[in-house]
Write a protein that binds this ligand. Structure first.
Ligand code: ATP
Ligand code: MG
Length: 377
């Protein structure tokens, strides 16, 4: 797929700027705080409905405006699509494809696919488990948009179940006397248990499946970029251990663990069992990359995961997704830079931000469209 045009109105520090992409590679160059990352963020929003920098639409709307808009034309193998996202300082955003406003926002997903890679992605290795879960979930949404519903539903169940557990904890008081809890609460909890097991099983099985496909790709990239001297392991460590090929078995295992942790859950007033507590272990030579990896090793690992993601999305949807590289090149050593640029070649449309173009060799520069970004223009 190919992003042909991008039009930003009252988005971040842009007032009204239209861009036509004229090459497979576009380099956005400029000083700090000029709007390079903002432009990539706009594309990320169209692809994922999320920004990795903020979860509030009002941050995205230009400070002096009430609403802002991102419009784009995307050419795909089966025709081109006009996308529009209107963001509001107050109120819900509006999404439209081909001028038609969507009732369900999740139907927007899949119109544009992109993988973003920025220095913040080091959190994938260094950060808490939730970064890795979010990363995996975001990938799943791109290759299987229905997963967005599955996850949303699961999160809703966990939230409601947590509210009930809190209320039970209150009724139990210090004495912990189960008879002080209304009977209806226990009945309700049993219903939530079943729903958590059903939804949790759907989430776990999909996470497992996508990792099975992603891991060999990531290992291959890791060997290639890192020279093959170290071994990468990506291990799904679900909160509930079980045979993931058997849906009924997964549900039963979740219910069993809920039973075991019943007292802990009532004491804490929160759900401690289920895929919202999953971990994905990243290891280099069988040692946790978080604690052991050097900066360069951690970057190599993230790069391998991102390239694997690109390849997997391409394989599943049958079209190459966009690659958004925000400030990452300067942080890689020349060998890794070359491996990355080599891997991209003309395979993926790529938008790259940089503060100076001398990071790129002459050949790359001459094959790229260079946009100078200055104060939101
Ligand atoms: P760097 O090289 O430092 O990464 P950049 O060019 O990527 O810089 P961006 O993050 O794209 O910079 O843009 C940051 C600029 O956008 C800042 O000046 C910031 O104040 C401005 N900005 C961010 N949000 C808004 C907003 N809602 N309204 C107006 N300006 C905003
Ligand atoms: Mg930036």
């Amino acid at each position: 797929m190919y992003l042909e045009t991008l039009h930003l109105r009252s988005f971040r520090n842009y007032t009204d700027q239209r861009v036509t992409f004229s090459a497979q590679k576009t380099i956005l160059v400029g000083n700090n705080a000029q709007g390079k990352s903002n432009a990539l963020e706009a594309v990320e929003l169209l692809a994922t409905l999320k920004s990795h920098r903020t979860s509030r639409d009002r941050d995205l709307v230009r400070r002096d405006a009430e609403s802002g808009q991102i419009r784009a034309t995307v050419a795909r193998s089966n025709g081109s699509l006009e996308l529009a996202m209107t963001l509001r300082g107050k109120g819900r955003r509006t999404l439209a494809i081909e001028g038609e406003v969507l009732r369900r926002h999740l139907d927007f997903l899949g119109a544009l696919n992109a993988v973003e890679f920025s220095s913040l992605d080091l959190d994938l290795v260094r950060g808490a488990p939730e970064y890795r879960r979010h990363w995996l979930d975001a990938l799943l949404v791109q290759i299987e948009p229905i997963y967005a519903y599955i996850l949303q539903e699961y999160v809703r169940v966990v939230r409601q179940r947590n509210a009930l557990l809190k209320s039970i904890r209150k009724s139990l008081g210090d004495g912990g006397d189960a008879t002080t809890v209304p009977r209806s609460d226990w009945d309700q909890l049993a219903l939530w248990d079943a729903q958590l097991a059903a939804g949790g099983s759907r989430v776990m099985r999909r996470r497992d499946r996508v990792l099975q496909r992603l891991i060999p790709l990531a290992q291959r990239w890791h060997d290639r970029i890192g020279g093959g001297t170290e071994h990468l392991s990506v291990i799904y460590a679900p909160n509930v251990e079980c045979d993931r090929d058997d849906p009924a078995g997964v549900r039963a295992a979740i219910l069993e663990k809920i039973k075991e942790r019943r007292l802990a859950e009532q004491h804490l007033g929160t759900s401690v069992v289920g895929p919202h507590r999953d971990e994905i272990d990243l290891q280099i030579d069988d040692t946790p990359a978080r604690a052991y990896g050097s900066q360069g090793q951690q970057r190599t690992l993230v790069l391998a995961l991102k390239l694997a993601e690109l390849e997997l999305i391409e394989a599943v949807i049958g079209e190459p997704p966009l690659l958004l590289l925000d400030d990452v090149l300067a942080e890689l050593d020349p060998m890794r830079q070359n491996q990355l640029l080599d891997a991209i070649q003309d395979r993926f449309q790529t938008l790259i931000t940089t503060t100076h173009v001398d990071t790129f060799d002459a050949q790359w520069l001459s094959a790229s469209q260079v946009l100078v970004v200055e104060a939101g223009r």
